[in-house]
Each structure stands twice: as C-alpha cells, then as structure tokens.
Ligand binder design. Structure first.
Ligand SMILES: Nc1nc2c(ncn2[C@@H]2O[C@H](COP(=O)(O)OP(=O)(O)OP(=O)(O)O)[C@@H](O)[C@H]2O)c(=O)[nH]1
Ligand SMILES: [Mg+2]
Length: 293
C-alpha cells in the first residue's frame, strides 16, 4: 500500500468531544477533557503511526460564536488556523444536534478545505433510526469528503474514521519517528493536567478565569520537581480556589500529580501557588506573555 502522511485539524464548537476523540484516535491521553465547554486552549498534536499511514492530528479550541474577551478571540483564531492549515479538517459534531454554533464553526473552515465530519457521541443515540435523517441533513450543509458516526467514549467506528481520513491524506513519507506521540513536552502536560483538575473541581465560571503557569520543572534523578502557579483574575477568587484550609487546592494538586506520575512514568513533587493577575483574560500584554499570540 502507498505510504500516506498528513495533518488533520480538528474543528467544531466547544464540548462536542474533539479532545476525547483525539485521545481515542491516538490511543493515549494527549489532550485534556472536561464536561465544561472551552476546555482546550492550546494546539496539541497527537500522532498515530500505522504501517501505511502517519496521522498527525492537531486538537484545537472549540470555535465560539460569542467571544467575550481577548482570550476568546485568540482561541478562535487558533481554532480557525488549525482547520485551515491542515491537509484535511475533521469537523466534530454531536449526534442529533446541529446548533447555530455548529454551523458557525463549520463556516469558519475555508470553502476549499477538504472536510470529514465525525458525528460523535453515538453511544447516546437510543434508536439508530433517528440517526439516518440527521446524517442526511448534515450531508446537505457541506460537501463533506465523508461523514462517519463515532463514539469517542466507546471507540465505536473509530477504525472507519481512520480509513476515511487516510483516503484524504496526501501520499508522503512519515514526518515523525514512529514512536513519537506528540510534539509537546512534559512541562506542557504538567500545566494542562493541573488545569484539567480545575475544570473538574470548580464550578461553572472559575475555570475560565484560571491559567496555570509552570515556574520550574527539574529532574532530580527519578523525581520530577514541578512548581506551578495558578493565576486568577481577582483577589476574591483566591479563597474559592484554595477552599477551607487549602483543602480544595490540595485535592486538585494531588489528582494532577497522580496523572503526571502515570504519564511521565516516575515520581512527581508538585508545588502549587495561587496568584492574582488582574483581568488577564482581557490583557493583551499578559496574554502574549502566557503564549496566546
Ligand atoms: N457519551 C459520550 N460523551 C462524550 C463522548 N466524547 C466526549 N464526551 C464527553 O463530552 C464532554 C466534552 O468532551 P471534550 O473532549 O472535552 O470536548 P471538546 O470538543 O474537546 O471541548 P472544547 O475543548 O471545550 O472545545 C466531556 O464530558 C466528555 O466526556 C462520547 O463519544 N460519548
Ligand atoms: Mg477540547
């Protein structure tokens, strides 16, 4: 078989399961997931190498229709670029749902870009007969190269999605060594895993006001010593994040540390601090410092 290799930009509105699907496709957790929308903030590459194809997936933030601050606008720009610059865009929607937000996200993918639709969360569809008219309607919204119903949760139909993606990728030699899983380093995953715990633990609004910065990451024999700061926007958010007697922060840090140990395959010491960086989500200078160009 001919060797294929190319990039796949994952697109869609927030919360459709893009990151979950990426993790399922590559078979490892490379991108953080939560039940809250707008979890992903960075472009994360996940690489799957098969004998006849190397898939280079790029996970991206969900495209938001109501960008309320500078951070949102930066994330939307990232999302647009990821879908545009890839060899093929993978548009992820939730089965039986096609909201105005889905439509807007789809319209942000340039007309000339090749798009494959993944209809995710089919494990939640009770009767298969409802899916067929939905797929028909979806097919009318754009000239998709393929439409594949899948479940990131159960893995159902993921092989069919990989086949469809392979057919859309160019003939090329692999770009990365076969055992490489991602382009991100441990420092990046340390920050992301702690941010994931904030999304899991905290109520609706606070995760969006938080950012994790790794102040230092040192390898000390088998031990990784990591110091992290959680930035919040206001003084009043600090005690909420800390919880009574610092209990809540301790719980989040401990959960993050366990995930890091699993991912890195070694012991981790994690020190965490909370600091106020006033209205950082709307401060272009701070956002630039934090890597949101
Ligand atoms: N039942 C079910 N739930 C899923 C499936 N895929 C994802 N989810 C859930 O959907 C929620 C959102 O998943 P994410 O992977 O974070 O979604 P996302 O599209 O990356 O979200 P953003 O990064 O915010 O744009 C989480 O609660 C997931 O557990 C699926 O196939 N079935
Ligand atoms: Mg995501």
């Amino acid at each position: 078989m001919t060797q294929r290799c190319g990039t796949i930009g994952i697109a869609g509105r927030p919360n459709t399961g893009k990151s979950s699907l990426l993790n399922r496709l590559v078979g490892e957790k490379v991108s953080i997931v939560s039940d809250k929308p707008q979890t992903t903030r960075h472009l994360v590459t996940g690489i799957l190498t098969r004998p006849d194809c190397q898939y280079v997936f790029v996970d991206a933030p969900g495209q938001q229709t109501s960008a309320k601050n500078t951070l949102h606008r930066r994330l939307n720009r990232r999302a647009t670029e990821a879908a545009r610059d890839a060899d093929v865009a993978l548009f992820v929607v939730e089965a039986l749902r096609f909201t105005p937000q889905d439509r807007a996200a789809l319209e942000r993918i340039p007309k000339e870009q090749r798009v494959i639709a993944a209809v995710n969360k089919i494990d939640l569809v009770k009767s298969a007969s409802t899916l067929i008219p939905y797929l028909d309607r979806l097919a009318k919204t754009r000239d998709f190269a393929a439409i594949v119903p899948v479940s990131a949760k159960t893995g159902k139909n993921v092989p069919a999605l990989l086949d469809a993606l392979r057919a859309a990728l160019p003939e090329a030699e692999a770009m990365y060594p076969p055992d490489q899983l991602t382009d991100r380093d441990e420092r990046f995953f340390a920050a992301e895993l702690l941010r994931e715990k904030i999304y899991e633990e905290m109520g609706q609004e606070l995760p969006y006001r938080c950012e994790v910065v790794i102040d230092s990451f040192k390898e000390d024999g088998q031990l990784r010593r990591i110091e992290a700061t959680i930035l919040v926007e206001r003084e009043s958010q600090k005690p909420i994040l800390l919880g009574a007697g610092g209990e809540r922060l301790k719980r989040m840090a401990s959960a993050a540390r366990k995930d890091m140990e699993k991912l890195f395959g070694g012991k981790v010491y994690l020190g965490t601090w909370v600091k106020v960086r006033k209205a950082w989500t709307d401060d272009a200078r701070v956002l630039r410092q934090l890597g949101y160009e």
